[in-house]
Ligand binder design. Structure first.
Ligand code: DAK
Length: 256
């Protein structure tokens, strides 16, 4: 793939968006490569956790503004659905996705990070939804995912003002889960990925699924949790986890 590199390391996939001369802006070709990478990861049984990061000084500085300039209303709708499909494949994946935000995460870049399960940011990272400065609004999920994650107050503040915020501010409002020294970003993200990969695979992916549905299901969410919980209790992983606890050793989970 020309714009996205995937490296596999013992159950962990590292996805690097690689268009540094344009700050990794998501032109359609970049988004196509990202979709291929996500499809590969979702189909790869060995991969448990994926880390998405950017090459150079940006995570992703947004959708490609040059391309946006060429779009009419119909093209805009198609582009919105395309990006939403790719980002939903990340959100709905049975694997855990970590965004390791190394720099600018603006517009579509912030939306990509929001589609991931956990955001770890370098102290150099900058977040924002500056679409309003271009006379457009977010089209790849920010109005929905940011509102679900931060509540209406911060979602409205960030989306309506287009203000760019630091990693520390993003941590303070709950957008980011961890801020780390820039040079340690990938080590920290990999450590976190290894921790997640050591847990029961079925337990992790079903927990993610239940959390993802929390805002759609209302009170039925509790019933849904009970059903998924029962699947984990009936799993071989549970037998192994309980056995390993009493045998005072690390469990060897199979994801079944
Ligand atoms: N698109 C295209 N090129 C970009 C870009 C972008 N988003 N961001 C940067 N570049 C290019 C610059 O034009 C420059 O190219 P050359 O001049 O070297 O050819 C190169 O990357 C380096 O950028 P700078 O020279 O500007 O670098 P600086 O360090 O000085 O500044 C910056 C970094 C991040 C502050 C600045 O580049 C910047 O403000 N970039 C734009 C950020 C932005 O507004 N992003 C777009 C947000 S809006 C849609 C769905 C979703 C979206 C839109 C439509 N549909 C459904 C239709 C999403 C929209 C957005 O993401």
């Amino acid at each position: 793939m020309r714009f996205v590199e995937v490296e596999k390391r013992e159950g962990i996939a590292i996805v690097r968006i690689n268009r540094p001369d344009k700050l990794n802006a998501l032109a359609p070709e970049v988004l196509e490569d990202l979709e291929k990478a996500v499809d590969m990861i979702n189909e790869d049984e060995e991969v448990r956790v994926a880390i998405i990061t950017g090459t150079g000084k940006a995570f992703v500085a947004g959708a490609d503004i040059k391309y946006i300039g060429t779009l009419d209303e119909e093209g805009g709708y198609r582009m919105a659905k395309f990006g939403q499909r790719v980002f939903s494949k990340i959100e709905d994946s049975p694997k855990v996705f970590i965004a390791a935000v190394n720099g600018y995460a603006l517009g579509g870049g912030s939306e990509l990070a929001l589609a991931c399960d956990i955001i770890v940011a370098s102290e150099n990272a900058v977040f924002g939804q500056p679409e309003v400065d271009l006379g457009i609004m977010p089209g790849w999920g920010a109005t929905q995912r940011m509102t679900r994650k931060l509540g209406q107050g911060w979602a409205k503040y960030l989306i309506l003002t287009g203000e760019r915020i630091s990693a520390h501010k993003a941590y303070e409002i709950g957008l980011v889960q961890k801020v780390v020294n820039h040079d340690n970003l990938m080590d920290e993200a990999i450590n976190l990925a290894q921790t997640l990969a050591s847990k029961g695979p079925l337990a992790v992916s079903l927990s993610k699924e239940a959390i993802n549905r929390a805002f759609q299901l209302g009170d039925f969410g509790f019933e849904y949790e009970a059903k998924l919980f029962a699947r984990t209790v009936g799993s071989e992983d549970k037998d192994e986890g309980v056995r390993a606890f009493f045998e005072k050793r690390k469990p060897n989970f199979k994801g079944k």
